[in-house]
Design a protein around this ligand. Structure first.
Ligand code: MN
Length: 138
């Protein structure tokens, strides 16, 4: 297969924003994201990447997943809770999140917090999110 026949390049502005399917999660954590690189969309393997936006005054609620993750903050500022520690993050901060580590990200700034995230797996669908605060979501 020739390179130009493979889907290896994606433009963020050509994709629609996605969000949680669960309405109670959506209310509690109104984050939106676009999966950029994922085997169901691109001719890719072993890496998933996407961008997410967390509106002012909201958060990505505490969760974990087996896969390791990297965040790279593109815009805004926030507090990342990572396994009990709180880390201030701003544009340019990169964080490695170990597999199964609980993490949450709160937008503490006056503008949208935007980040790039990456997972070492084939497809975003592979990621199984666990929410330790699930009891308060029901
Ligand atoms: Mn995560």
């Amino acid at each position: 297969m020739l390179n130009h026949e493979r889907r290896l390049c994606v433009r963020e502005d050509e994709l629609e924003w996605e969000t949680w399917k669960d309405p109670s999660l959506k209310d509690r954590s109104p984050i939106i994201w676009k999966t950029l690189i994922s085997q169901d969309k691109t001719d890719s393997s072993r890496l998933v990447a996407g961008v997410a936006e967390i509106p002012v005054g909201t958060l990505l609620i505490r969760h974990s997943h087996a896969e390791e993750e990297v965040y790279y903050i593109l815009e805004g500022e926030g507090h990342l809770e990572l396994d009990g520690d709180t880390i201030r993050v701003t544009r340019g901060t990169s964080v490695f999140i170990p597999g199964n580590a609980e993490h949450a990200l709160t937008n503490t700034g006056i503008r949208t917090l935007k980040l790039l995230y990456m997972f070492p797996t084939d497809s975003f669908e592979d990621i199984e999110y666990t929410f330790p605060m699930n009891e308060s979501l029901e």
